[in-house]
Design a protein around this ligand. Structure first.
Ligand code: CS2
Length: 471
């Protein structure tokens, strides 16, 4: 699509599905830097798959917004100007497919969160019983992210246009391979010829993405307006740190010069992904459940509590033996740097935010590490406290007897299971039986240590259990 010179918008080369704060604080910044360094038509059409809020906030600003980098020692503001439009999928799915099918678009990036892939978190396969997937099998205009990818690729196939590269930026293990498998599964059921073409011509590089980006609050917006004198309705707040490792495997080699923007272009991203998912996201989730239950509002507050500072170190000492360091990386230094990032008081990353969608996150964040440690007879106590903490959390009542606003696609099911059980041992047994999260063989091996952790949490409180797991 040509550049919109009147409005000073770059020509579009990318469609992004799931335009949340993270991608605006991360991918958009890298792509802005890549274009500044080496040019190219890599403007981005953002797509919101659900709500019009981001589009409505950004439109009056001509799609530009402020990125606020919050260091422990002060902040840096920067205007980001790479969006060329924002579409709201439910309002006009055809417009989204038209944008994705445009020959000028070479890449479709995604941050639709774990649940947006409609897969089975424990196996990684597309969940063909998912209502959105059922809908997409029966209709040309889709509702799910995999549906948009397949239907847009179908339009390109019919038009004789090469496929776009699918570049997923979600925290899933071997995320490119996973999405490729799901897209092929869905395409196969719609048209086997389409599936064969995607299998041969499509590219799905895996990526490791990293930048802590809490949801922007109304307070952030007010504070920024007071500071700058200009109202930005949709700024993004993030830490200074960013890391993007990308497999260099794009259709016809067409991509922005991400290397010039500081991304690591690699042949295989698995080592980076494992390290980040297990060491960062694994401990983030563990701190989110236990920290929330102990009354801590943010991750920074949680690790400022010495009991939890010791707990996160105990977690890393369990996790590190199950991580193969990427070339040239020291895992100990990586853990130290993570601690400093968590402790950054300027980042108000709520434990409640990270606690969302645990059913979709636990397998890749904690359960893979747990399994490997059990296979090798290595300790798992701190990780089992995290799993038991999650169980306490999804039961829906906190330690002060207050209801917890549990956000999870499986929240009702998990809550019902916990409510029917009497006492922690029964709750553990009924939640471990949820095979979409816990493979049966692993559940069986986890039963005893997770029950022990749960009994302590229910009897003495999460703080005591965390303390016990850290000594
Ligand atoms: C967090 C991540 O919300 C969460 O589940 O663990 O969003 C985390 O902040 C990012 O992956 C950091 O790169």
């Amino acid at each position: 699509m040509p550049a919109d010179l009147a409005n000073n918008r770059p020509a579009t080369g990318i469609v992004h599905l799931g335009l949340g704060a993270f991608f605006r604080a991360f991918g958009c910044v890298y792509i802005a830097d890549a274009m500044a360094a080496s040019g190219g038509d890599w403007g981005i059409i953002g797509v919101s798959l659900r709500s019009p809020d981001t589009r409505d906030a950004l439109r009056p600003q001509n799609w530009s917004y402020t990125s606020v980098s919050l260091g422990a020692d002060g902040e840096k503001l920067r205007k980001i100007d790479v969006l060329s439009d924002v579409l709201v999928a439910p309002e006009d799915p055809d417009a989204v497919l038209t944008a994705m099918a445009d020959p000028g678009v070479k890449i479709v990036t995604l941050t639709v969160t774990e649940k947006g892939y409609c897969h089975n978190p424990s196996t990684g396969a597309l969940n063909l019983d998912h209502p959105d997937i059922q809908y997409d099998l029966a209709h040309d205009l889709p509702v799910s992210a995999p549906g948009y990818l397949v239907r847009a690729l179908a339009r390109r196939h019919v038009a004789g246009v090469p496929p776009f590269t699918v570049l997923t930026c979600d925290n899933l293990p071997e995320n490119g391979k996973l999405v490729r498998g799901m897209v092929l599964q869905l395409a196969e059921r719609i048209d086997p010829n389409l599936a064969a073409w995607i299998a041969a011509e499509g590219r799905f590089p895996s990526t490791m993405v990293d930048r802590i980006t809490p949801a922007t609050t109304d307070d952030d917006i007010r504070r920024l307006a007071a500071q700058t004198g200009t109202h930005d309705a949709a700024p993004v707040m993030h830490e200074p740190f960013a890391q993007w490792a990308v497999e260099d495997n794009f259709v016809d080699g067409q991509r922005p010069d991400l290397g010039a923007a500081g991304a690591e272009m690699v042949a295989d991203v698995t080592a980076h992904e494992h390290m980040k998912l297990r060491m960062l996201n694994g401990t983030h989730s563990a701190l989110a459940y236990t920290g929330y239950l102990a009354g801590h509002e943010t991750i920074a507050e949680t690790v400022a509590d010495p009991v939890f500072a010791a707990y996160v170190r105990a977690l890393w000492s369990e996790i590190m033996p199950a991580v193969v360091a990427p070339k040239g990386v020291s895992l100990t230094q990586y853990a130290d740097a993570l601690f400093d990032r968590y402790a950054n008081p300027a980042i108000r990353h709520r434990t409640w935010q990270i606690a969302m969608d645990g059913s979709q996150k636990l397998p890749q964040r904690l359960l893979g590490t747990l399994r490997e440690n059990m296979d090798s007879a290595r300790p798992t106590t701190a990780m089992c406290v995290a799993v038991a903490g999650w169980m306490r959390y999804v039961s829906g009542v906190d330690e002060a007897g207050q209801p917890i606003d549990v956000r999870d696609p499986m929240a009702d099911r998990l809550h019902a299971l916990a409510a029917q059980a009497t006492g922690p041992a029964e709750i553990v047994a009924s939640l471990l039986a949820v095979e979409d999260i816990f493979p049966a063989d692993l559940a069986q091996r986890m039963q005893v240590p997770v029950t022990q952790a749960a009994e302590q949490i229910w009897a003495d409180g999460v703080r005591a259990a965390v303390k016990g797991a850290s000594s």
